[in-house]
Design a protein around this ligand. Structure first.
Ligand SMILES: [Ca+2]
Length: 147
């Protein structure tokens, strides 16, 4: 392994190109509801997803869909969805990591899948609880690195 003495020499950053993020939730071990608190998409310290257009083909029985990417990670700032939500960055961007918060107030675990796409047609799965297993929701959210 090579360690560079000067970080400025390391100009090649990791990441993946993406325009869309799709989050699918199928209830939790607490109940059948699918709650999203926040999704952030980072390059460096910039949250590319903040207040970008977000849509769903389903219903939002509780809350407002804008809470998905309004920057507020408080667990009470959630919406309930009946179908996947899609965030549109508006252009293809390089992203280094995605952080997802579902309702985290009581340590529950959601059945969830996170995918990214450049064109909205071809999707790459970056996390699937059916494959990787579920995890306890916390205030820190769940980070998925795009390497
Ligand atoms: Ca929020």
């Amino acid at each position: 392994m090579i360690f560079l003495r000067n970080d400025s020499l390391n100009t090649e950053r990791k990441g993946k190109k993406m325009r869309y993020l799709r989050e699918t939730i199928n209830g939790s071990n607490a109940n059948d509801y699918s709650h999203i608190v926040e999704i952030k998409i980072f390059f460096g310290n910039q949250n590319l997803a903040l207040n970008k257009p977000v849509k769903t083909d389903g219903q939002v029985p509780y809350g407002t869909i804008s809470s998905v990417n309004n920057g507020n990670t408080n667990t009470d700032d959630y919406c309930d969805i009946t179908a996947p939500v899609i965030i549109d960055l508006g252009a293809i961007e390089l992203a280094e990591k995605v952080i997802v918060w579902h309702y985290w107030g009581d340590g529950r675990k959601y059945n969830c899948k996170t995918e990214i796409s450049e064109d909205g047609q071809n999707w790459t799965t970056i996390f699937d609880s059916a494959v990787s297993g579920t995890y306890v929701e916390t205030s820190q959210g769940k980070t998925h690195y795009l390497n």
